[in-house]
Every structure is written in structure tokens, then in C-alpha cells.
Write a protein that binds this ligand. Structure first.
Ligand code: IMP
Length: 475
């Protein structure tokens, strides 16, 4: 289908998918979320420059012409959804098969993290894992019940009775008072009941009519429950299969598949991160106020001189990027872990998603850095063994470190800001992008070099198709 595109995270989430989705939504009719919940934080800027962070609402909500669909693969916190769309009045549909998140999910999420005693996942604490667990255990509550209020209340009473057996033990919290819960949720139930629909049928029909659809992924390939760095992953399929099962559409409903990657790498939460520039323990408690570099340290990063080891340099660069890129979680405010670009990660994302293209975001955050390093493979300490594909088990990487020697280090570039054509980029930045394409085997179609909607370079026009013929393949 020429007129649909799936936009998926190619690293550990936070790649800047929201801005890329918004870019393609300018010309789209429909924007669809297929998995995840309000663990996501997609940052958007309106044409007037206003910043909006959405968590469960699809990123198309900033465009009045776009119909926004929350697919059956999502877990939906109605309270967060109401906050996300406040003052916007978007066209919104919620799948009747999407599962609802209630406060007990978040309480259980937080309690389980605590009880893991340092060995936690570092979840967002939004109840995502417990909500998906209820779905798999077949005790979840689906949005379709919003259309049957009495049955919904009855189900909620039954479920809360069960949860009240677990909650006081796990969370040392008082049991939930179901009447209070129902009182606070009734207005939300009434408000969103008219949005509930068979969205699979809606999308299927829309496809047949040739509507232009953007499928919006959440999180990233390495956080996929099956393909990611298990157990430090989220609880849904963030890769292409999640788009199919999470919308109820078939394979041919998806035209192009585009992966979004930052020009470097970042991660929040626990888990392996081979190119990380500094120990996670050192940054956990950082805040925006305490994270800054001194002028001397900034000078080292910019000139690429004056450091006594690669390790020290990497550490300073990570902190520099965190500062210029404001690398703090948009959902939790946690400082993000930062490191060099890892091409093995991108190759895995290409493989598990069948990516056609990449969008490279935050290129401007590397502006002004003296030396740039890129990881293309991992090697052991004795340099006797190397491998260049990201393994499935974290343990397989334990004795390996990124090997930066194959591609060497690159002279950085001064500035990419305000540039709108690939050929106008500094030659070092062009080489960097060509190197990525070459080593990953996928063309970079879009580059983001700033956070405003006009800050981009369209290297190749991929959506919507300029020769649209309608939705034949949906039939
Ligand atoms: P959960 O999805 O809240 O269960 O968290 C599981 C892991 O996924 C944690 O490491 C989170 O930090 C990470 N995670 C979940 N959602 C996002 C996201 O949207 N961006 C980046 N990391 C995420």
C-alpha cells in the first residue's frame, strides 16, 4: 500500500518518533497507535512553536484534519488520554479491543519494581506491565465495555476484589474502595464511550478508499518484548509485528517501514547499553540543574583536545549531549543514559522490522563535538574475538566491549542548524550519514536537525506516494 507508512523506533525508544510522525501527518488522513500506553512520551511542536508531550494520544492530534486511532494493541489510561487532548478537540477513535489501565496497575508496577531490590527493570511506573499481564491472563477490561456501563461496573468490581487480595500485601496500601474508584472514573467512561469503535474495520475501509495512514510506533526495537534486551524491555511488541496485531490489519496494509534513530544512542531504565559513555550509577540522580558541564569541560569536548583517555572523553561527550539535547525522559523526567551511535543496534532494528528507510534525528546535537566515534562491532578484552550483530541475550555481551577501531574516529563538524538540503551539510556530517547508510544497508530518508517542525532535511520523499492509485492491496 503506497499511501501508508509505519514509523518505528530503531533503538531503545526516545528516538524522536513523535516529530517524525508529525512530519508525515501533515499530509496524512489518519494516525494510528498500535501498542504501548502512556509509558511513551512523544514530544511535538505546533506550527506556532508550542511544545506538547503526548503519551497515549497519537501524535496526529495536533492536526485538526487527522483522525487519530488508538488500536487494539494499546493499553489506555483514560485519565492520561483526557490530559493529552485537553484544549485540542481532536478526531479520536479507541479500539473496542484495547485494554484499559486503572490505578491498581500503576500501584502494582511500582511495588514490583521496589520488591526486585535493585534488580528491577526501571519501568516508567505507569502500570504497563501489569495491564498487559491482565490481558494475557484474560482478566483485563477492554474499552468495548465503555458502551455497556453496567457490565463495565460489574467487571471492575470483580477485578478490584481480586486485586485487593494482592495490593495490600505487595504495596502495603489500603484496599481500593471500588465505589470511590467508580465515582472518579464514571465521567471518563461517559466522555470516551462515543470514541469506541471497531477500529480494525475502520482502518480496513479507510485503506480501501486510499486514505493516507501513518502507523506510529512506541518505544524502540531493542525494547521489544521478544526482540529486545530481555528482561529489560517493555511489555509489548514494538517492532513491525506489533503494528499488525495491534491494529487488526494484514501485512499488505503497510506500505513503507521507516525506522527512527538518533544520531547517537540513548536509553532510560536498566539494561545493557554497550556504547554508554559513563556508568549509569553516576548519572541516576542528575537533574537538569546539576547535569551541566563547566566551560573547561565543554572546551575539551569541542576541541577534542585536553583529555587523558578515551574513557574521559566519552564521559564528557555524553554529558555534553545530555545538556544540549536536554536528555531527560519526557514521561518520567529521569536523566537519559547517552553514548555513541551503535550500528549493530541499527542493523538489528533493520532486520527485525524489515526497514525500508531510516530517519536520523538530533543530528544537531552532535554539532561542535571535536571527535565522533561509531561502534560497528564488539570485541573481547584480548581482541581475539569479534562480532558485529547485536545478540539476543544480554549475557552474550557481558565480556565484550564496543570496538571503535574499525571505523576509527571522525572529525566532527561545526553546525548543521538551519540547513535544508543534504548537499549543504558540512562534509563531515555527510560522511557520517553515508557511513551509517553503508554499514546498515538502509537509506536515510529524513534528517531532523532541530526540534521545530521546519527543522528537517527531506533526503528522499517517501510519504505519501505521489502516484496514488487507491487502496487496491487492501482487498
Ligand atoms: P515499562 O514500559 O514502563 O514497563 O518500562 C520498561 C522499560 O522500557 C524501562 O526501561 C523503561 O524506561 C522503558 N521504556 C518504556 N517506554 C519507553 C519510552 O517510550 N521511551 C524510552 N524508554 C521506554
Amino acid at each position: 500500500m503506497d499511501n501508508t507508512i509505519a514509523v518505528l523506533g530503531a533503538q531503545w525508544g526516545d528516538e524522536g518518533k513523535g516529530a517524525v510522525v508529525a512530519h508525515y501527518c501533515k499530509d496524512a488522513d489518519i494516525c494510528v497507535r498500535a501498542q504501548g500506553g502512556n509509558n511513551a512520551g512523544h514530544t511535538l511542536y505546533t506550527d506556532e512553536g508550542k511544545k506538547i508531550v503526548v503519551n497515549i494520544a497519537p501524535s496526529g492530534i495536533i492536526f485538526p484534519h487527522v483522525t487519530n486511532v488508538i488500536g487494539n494493541g494499546c493499553v489506555v489510561d483514560l485519565e492520561v488520554l483526557a490530559n493529552n487532548i485537553e484544549g485540542l478537540d481532536p478526531k479520536l477513535l479507541i479500539s473496542d479491543s484495547a485494554h484499559l489501565i486503572f490505578p491498581y496497575h500503576a500501584q502494582l508496577d511500582i511495588a514490583r519494581e521496589r520488591s526486585r531490590n535493585g534488580g528491577g527493570i526501571g519501568t516508567t511506573g505507569k502500570g504497563i506491565g501489569p495491564a498487559y499481564a491482565d490481558k494475557i491472563n484474560r482478566v483485563g477490561i477492554r474499552a468495548g465495555l465503555l458502551k455497556h456501563p453496567q457490565r463495565l461496573e460489574q467487571r471492575l468490581r470483580e477485578v478490584v476484589e481480586e486485586k485487593n487480595k494482592e495490593l495490600p500485601v505487595l504495596c502495603q496500601k489500603n484496599p481500593i474502595n471500588i465505589d470511590n474508584l467508580l465515582d472518579s472514573y464514571r465521567p471518563l467512561f461517559e466522555r470516551f464511550a462515543p470514541c469506541v469503535a471497531d477500529t480494525a474495520e475502520y482502518l480496513h475501509d479507510a485503506g480501501k478508499k486510499g486514505k493516507k495512514i501513518v502507523f506510529e510506533g512506541a518505544q524502540g526495537a531493542l525494547l521489544d518484548i521478544d526482540q529486545g534486551t530481555y528482561p529489560h524491555v517493555t511489555s509489548s511488541n514494538t517492532t513491525i509485528g506489533g503494528i499488525l496485531t495491534g491494529t487488526g490489519l494484514g501485512l499488505r496494509a503497510i506500505g513503507k517501514v521507516l525506522g527512527v534513530a538518533k544520531a547517537y544512542t540513548s536509553r532510560v531504565g536498566e539494561g545493557i547499553f554497550p556504547t554508554e559513555g559513563e556508568p549509569y550509577a553516576d548519572i541516576r540522580s542528575l537533574t537538569r540543574e546539576t547535569a551541566g558541564l563547566t566551560d573547561h569541560e565543554r572546551g575539551i569536548v569541542q576541541t577534542g583536545n585536553g583529555y587523558n583517555s578515551d574513557y574521559k572523553y566519552f564521559q564528557l561527550v555524553s554529558r555534553y549531549i545530555r545538556e544540549v539535547g536536554d536528555e531527560f525522559g519526557s514521561t518520567t523526567g529521569r536523566p537519559r543514559r547517552v553514548g555513541w551511535l551503535d550500528l549493530a543496534v541499527l542493523r538489528k532494528a533493520v532486520r527485525v522490522n524489515g526497514l525500508d528507510y531510516l530517519a536520523l534525528t538530533r543530528l544537531d546535537c552532535l554539532d561542535g563535538i571535536g571527535w565522533i566515534y561509531v561502534c560497528d562491532r564488539y570485541g573481547d578484552k584480548e581482541r581475539r574475538e569479534y562480532f558485529s550483530e547485536f545478540p539476543n541475550n544480554e549475557e552474550d555481551l557481558q565480556n565484550f566491549r564496543p570496538d571503535y577501531s574499525t571505523l576509527g574516529r571522525y572529525r566532527g563538524w561545526e553546525s548543521t542548524k538551519s540547513i535544508r538540503n543534504f548537499r549543504d551539510l558540512p562534509k563531515e556530517a555527510r560522511h557520517y550519514i553515508e557511513l551509517i547508510q553503508d554499514r546498515v544497508g538502509v537509506k536515510v530518508a529524513l534528517i531532523k536537525n532541530g526540534c521545530q517542525p521546519h527543522d528537517y532535511i527531506e533526503v528522499e520523499y517517501v510519504f505519501p506516494s505521489r502516484s496514488m492509485t487507491g487502496g487496491v492491496k487492501f482487498l
